[in-house]
Design a protein around this ligand. Structure first.
Ligand SMILES: [Zn+2]
Length: 466
């Protein structure tokens, strides 16, 4: 039989499968968007959308629909990680600008590995119940990543930003399609934004790096021009800003999203009010703050989820003691010599970042969960469960954490897709996670996944990574 005939049969099968409705029967629906739950529910899926959600007593089960028993199960919207980088693998060699291992593994080999393992990375997200992700910055290749995700069944929905607009260059990452681009003038910024707009970027990302040579005010005109031009093209802007005054400047200039937490000092009431008034979304990315230091000082604390569902080749590289001493970058030698200092620095960061997150959550600022996965030691997919643990340490309730990872994250995702994910509600995409235990009792149960449903297709978890 030729390939076209096979394709025709394939699509006929697919459409007949879609013609039949599926009913998830008897589970407890948890809808973090409004904090409500429905026990003994019936969720009817028709094609790629949710057709109805109701208690079984009210609605019964539609005649002729395929019945999926969900008694004692918990049904949630698919999780959304709003901060990942597909151009980084999470392995030790993925950021030569931060720790140069070219003598161990040339960066071009690393990039080739990443490109050839993209569908594996996608599947690992799905295994973790993550049905949408936002790639907040990478090379122009990112637009290709979004296209590939759109045509891959076992993949999350992907929104992307292109290369980061930055005050500093990162030559070691530049193999011809750099993920970070140094911009020197407002006009350059506007021109670059127009290039991104031509690719239909979902977001524009600014890397607002402040140090002695780059004070807050020197880059501010470029931030302003970038945001003005992006907004003129109806594109939202996410800004990397980790100091209070940098973050404040970014929001004053109109940033729609702040990525990472403020880590240099406690936030003040004026800052909280500013974020509320401007409806700024903040994505804390707590897990990434511990992972560089812990990897470099040989104190990595991967969770059991990361060990099980992370890519094993990536994880195998993270043991720095396997690298010959003479090939270790100085930064890592220093971390290995003083492991306690590294842990002390991480603790200091969390002592500021966690209370800041709690303060923003209590004030009603929209917090969207995100990990910064792809950075060294931050594992694509399951890193989100470590992020949940840290959000819990900050004092957020399970329902608040789930809201950050679903309905709030959908707002950050944005666009038509963002308006149809993150809720178990009629008309939304059938992107769902079915859990064996109740994540409202303990957020740790968020990873106790039985089944993942993406775009109406049902995947028992054990079928996803094989
Ligand atoms: Zn990032």
């Amino acid at each position: 039989m030729n390939r076209i005939a096979l394709l025709l049969i394939g699509s006929a099968l697919a459409s007949s499968a879609f013609a039949q409705k599926t009913s998830l029967v008897g589970g407890t629906v948890i809808n973090p968007a409004d904090g409500k739950t429905i026990e003994n529910a019936v969720v009817v899926i028709n094609g790629d959308k949710i057709e109805s959600v109701a208690s079984r007593k009210e609605s019964g089960v539609p005649v002729g629909s395929k019945w999926v028993e969900c008694e004692k199960k918990f049904i949630l919207p698919g999780y959304i990680d709003t901060h990942v980088h597909f151009f980084q693998s999470g392995d030790l060699f993925t950021r030569p600008d931060g720790a140069d291992f070219n003598s161990v593994r040339p960066y071009k080999d690393e990039v080739a590995w990443i490109k050839s393992h993209l569908t594996d990375t996608f599947a690992r997200y799905l295994r973790c119940g993550i049905t949408s992700v936002v790639d907040v910055g990478g090379p122009m290749w990112n637009f290709e990543v979004r296209k590939i995700a759109n045509s891959t069944a076992k993949a999350p929905r992907v929104a992307v930003a292109g290369p980061l607009i930055s005050s500093v260059a990162r030559e070691k990452l530049d193999l011809g399609d750099p993920p970070i681009v140094k911009i020197d003038t407002p006009d350059q910024a506007r021109e670059f934004v127009r290039k991104l707009a031509a690719q239909n970027a979902d977001l524009v990302k600014i890397w607002y790096i402040v140090d002695q040579d780059h004070p807050v005010d020197s880059f501010r005109p470029i931030v302003r021009a970038t945001i003005e031009e992006s907004h003129a093209h109806k594109i939202r802007v996410a800004v990397h800003a980790t100091e209070l005054e940098t973050a404040r400047a970014a929001v004053e200039e109109g940033a729609d999203v702040l990525v990472h937490s403020v880590t240099d000092k406690p936030i003040d009431d004026a800052f909280v009010k500013l974020l509320k008034d401007r409806h700024t979304i903040l994505c804390p990315t707590l897990v990434v703050f511990e992972r560089y230091g812990r990897t470099f000082s040989h104190q990595l604390n991967l969770t059991s989820e990361e060990q099980k569902w992370g890519n094993p080749e990536v994880i195998a590289t993270l043991d720095v003691t396997k690298i010959p001493q003479e090939k270790l970058p100085q930064r890592i030698k220093d971390a290995l010599a003083k492991p306690d200092e590294t842990l002390g620095r991480i603790k200091k960061t969390y002592d500021v970042a966690l209370p800041n997150l709690k303060k923003l959550e209590d004030a009603g600022v929209t917090i969207a969960a995100g990990t910064d996965a792809g950075n060294i030691g931050t594992i694509h997919g399951p890193a989100l469960f470590r992020e949940f643990q840290l959000m819990k340490e900050a004092g957020l309730t399970p329902m608040q954490i789930l809201q950050c990872a679903t309905a709030n994250a959908a707002k950050l995702f944005g666009g038509e897709t963002g308006a149809h994910v993150g809720k178990v509600e009629k008309g939304y995409f059938a992107d769902l996670v079915v859990l064996n235990s109740n994540s409202l009792d303990d957020i740790a149960h968020a990873s106790d996944i039985d089944t993942v449903i993406k775009n109406g297709i049902i995947y028992p978890v054990d079928s996803i990574l094989h």
